[in-house]
Design a protein around this ligand. Structure first.
Ligand code: TA6
Length: 303
């Protein structure tokens, strides 16, 4: 295929409309539902993002893998700060990770300049079915593929009330073996261990994995990285508009209970979710628009 200029094609994966982007250096697949990046791979490298081989490309059901968008709350609404919980009184039963992963977003446009392609999506308040969705609250996602992959999630409060949201770009990364990798950049940060009573703890040095891990890190620097010695690769995450992130691997037991997830898949994936959660929740004054962004890139490990 001629990749002198980027190629963008509309493809259908079972019930989902998707967009495949090919540039000279990489390939990207995005589902219109949830504006969800499904896969991202650079030439001559393993995929950067993990996508479940058991993914169900069904309307209304989030796909397991890639980068699901968690909004207007992250995780269990009942575990959010009270000011977020009280904002969505009608949300019972509140789905995990908010409303928008399974909604059909609108593609606003595809901009292609040299070897850079940007897909712009928006998700407006649905006409019916979401009484708790604040009037005038809109969401957009820009996905830019160039030498890296940049996602920018914009929340726009066109309403008259101040709002407080929590959100995350729930990125599933592909790794050679979770038992061999480590995360750099967390040293000195505090985290809440959701598997041990949400106790607050301190991170000392790089994070290595020896079991199920589900932690919310706070007061983070903008740069985190995944060191993967077996694939001789470092995946770099550079965040803006966020100082919190969730680190998750289900390990053996939880992997058996997850939908769209092969029992042994826990060894090849790792979530680092750029977020605005807990004390880093997103405050939106009337008329305000705030962006949370992350840029993903990869580099070879120096020998
Ligand atoms: O981000 C970590 C987490 O909250 C885990 O506790 C696990 O539930 C994961 O998200 C996946 O959630 P999902 O609703 O996509 O199965």
């Amino acid at each position: 295929m001629n990749t002198a200029t980027p190629q963008v094609e509309r493809v259908e994966l079972r019930e989902l409309v998707c967009w495949r982007v090919r540039t000279a250096g990489a390939e990207l697949l995005v589902a219109q539902q949830g504006a969800q990046v499904l896969s991202y791979q650079r030439n001559d490298e393993p995929p950067l993002l993990w996508l479940s081989p058991h993914a169900a490309y069904q309307a209304g059901q989030p796909v397991r893998g890639g980068v699901p968008v968690c909004w207007p709350w992250f995780g269990d609404l009942a575990r959010n700060p009270l000011e977020v919980q009280t904002q969505f009184p009608h949300a019972a039963p509140a789905p995990a990770h908010g409303w928008v992963r399974g909604l059909d977003w609108q593609l606003l446009g595809i901009d292609s300049v040299e070897q850079s392609v940007c897909l712009r999506f928006t998700c407006k308040r649905p006409e019916a079915g979401f009484p708790g969705w604040p009037v005038g609250l809109e969401l957009s996602l820009s996905i830019r593929l160039d030498e890296g992959l940049s996602l920018s999630l914009g929340s726009h409060n066109r309403g008259s009330q101040s709002l407080v949201l929590s959100q995350a770009l729930h990125s599933y990364f592909a790794v050679s073996d979770i038992r061999q990798v480590r995360i750099e950049g967390l040293d000195g940060s505090s985290y809440r261990d959701t598997l041990d009573g949400w106790q607050e703890r301190q991170q000392h040095g790089p994070l290595q994995f020896t079991g199920e891990t589900d932690r919310i890190y706070l007061q983070l620097p903008s740069r985190l990285s995944i060191l993967d010695p077996q694939w001789q690769r470092r995946i770099v995450l550079e965040a803006s508009g966020s100082t919190s992130a969730v680190v998750w691997n289900p390990w053996i037991d939880k992997a058996q209970r997850l939908s769209q997830f092969p029992a042994d898949a826990w060894t090849g994936m790792l979530c680092i979710e750029t977020a605005n959660v807990l004390e880093d929740a997103l405050q939106l004054a009337p008329g305000e628009c705030r962006e949370m962004a992350v840029r993903l890139s990869s580099e070879p490990l120096a020998d």
